[in-house]
Design a binder for this molecule. Structure first.
Ligand code: TXA
Ligand code: MG
Length: 323
């Protein structure tokens, strides 16, 4: 590895300890979670958090998720609510992010909240993420480890392909088991709001807290800047609900009806398998010689909602892309 270059390491006790020490020194460390890879930094260090925005090319108004090793730590930094507690009990550790009001005395960088009076928090279940958070000994701000506006990274190779020496270490945990980002639920107000469908299905969330409201396109401040229309995008907007590839297109199939020679998110039509394959397949097909990606219909149920949410954003014509 060239001096100063990004370093890829296998997870051992020694490399995880080292990764924790790098975080405490204010450096950036990429690590696997059960959803996608995160680009982590000490959430209490303004300069380290600023380095995340710089590395991703992310607009400063898009806030970050802060990760904790154990849920008991969350309440030192955020004001837990009844709905939040119920969801945390049911789904933490796991692929759920809660938006809560910040405590006045929290040491978490305001930059991580991007100026909002709320903070997004998550306790991941992935063993390597858990060990790294414990080794760091502080909350770790980590967006998905991709350049802003492009698809999330679900392997260490994706991370290495996007970043250089600004990332001190990439911990290789293999492909992320879920492969799609966490569900984001705002439980800071009276009514729980589903800000981003994700790894925990809406059906499962609603079984715990009842009907979730979905933010409309009303005027007013953005509840979640990550909801900007065009996001999670390959270089050219894909065409959705395709049956076959047209001239100048390559098909991304789903289910047994897809042509046998097409890339297929899940030949058996399994939505969990499709979620796990989504970003890696979009990346693999996103090449000029293939033309535009045409994606077959994905059922709007369970994890299909999160998959379709990402595909619709990728297909949105233009607008405020988060590049
Ligand atoms: O699965 C995941 O959630 C991954 C792993 C690494 O944890 N992280 C991730 O982070 O996807 P990111 O930064 O790519 O997406 C965070 C989402 C964005 O849509 C952001 O706008 C929203 O959460 N968000 C963060 N803080 C918020 C806040 N205070 N209020 C509303 N939305 C917030
Ligand atoms: Mg992201």
């Amino acid at each position: 590895m060239p001096a100063g270059g990004t370093r890829l390491v296998q997870p051992t006790d020694a490399t995880i300890d080292h990764a924790g020490a790098l975080i405490r020194e204010g450096r950036l460390v990429a690590f696997p979670t059960e959803t996608v890879y995160g680009l982590g930094a000490d959430a209490t260090n303004d300069r380290a958090v600023a380095a995340i925005f710089a590395a991703k090319g992310r607009p400063q108004f898009n806030p970050l998720i802060v990760h904790f090793a154990v849920s008991a730590e969350v309440e030192r930094h955020a004001l837990m609510t009844e709905a939040g507690r119920r969801l945390a009990q049911a789904f933490w550790p796991g692929g759920l992010t809660l938006v809560l009001r910040r405590r006045d005395d929290t040491a978490i960088s305001l930059l991580a909240s991007a100026g909002l009076d709320t903070i997004a928090v998550r306790v991941p279940a992935h063993d390597i993420a858990h060990r790294l958070l414990a080794a760091a000994g502080r909350p770790v701000a980590a967006p998905s480890a991709n350049l802003s506006g492009s698809v999330s990274a679900t392997t260490a190779a994706h991370v290495l392909g996007s970043f250089g020496a600004e990332v001190a270490l990439v911990v290789d945990g293999g492909p992320c088991p879920i492969g799609i980002e966490s569900s984001v639920v705002d439980v800071s107000g009276e009514v729980p709001l589903l800000l981003r469908p994700g790894a925990v299905t809406s059906e499962a969330l609603e079984a715990v807290v009842g009907r979730l409201a979905v933010p409309g396109h009303q005027a007013g401040p953005l509840r979640s800047p990550g909801l900007l229309e065009r996001h999670y995008a390959p270089s050219r907007p894909p065409r959705l609900d395709a049956r076959t590839a047209q001239e100048g297109e390559i098909l991304l199939g789903f289910g047994p009806e897809a042509p046998a020679d097409a890339a297929n998110l899940s030949r058996s039509g399994d939505l969990a398998e499709a979620a796990a394959n989504l970003f890696a397949m979009l990346r693999a097909l996103d090449r000029p010689e293939f033309g535009r990606i045409a994606v077959m219909n994905i059922p709007e149920t369970g994890l299909g909602r999160a998959i379709n949410d990402r595909l619709r954003r990728a297909a949105a014509p233009s607008g405020p892309a988060l590049r």
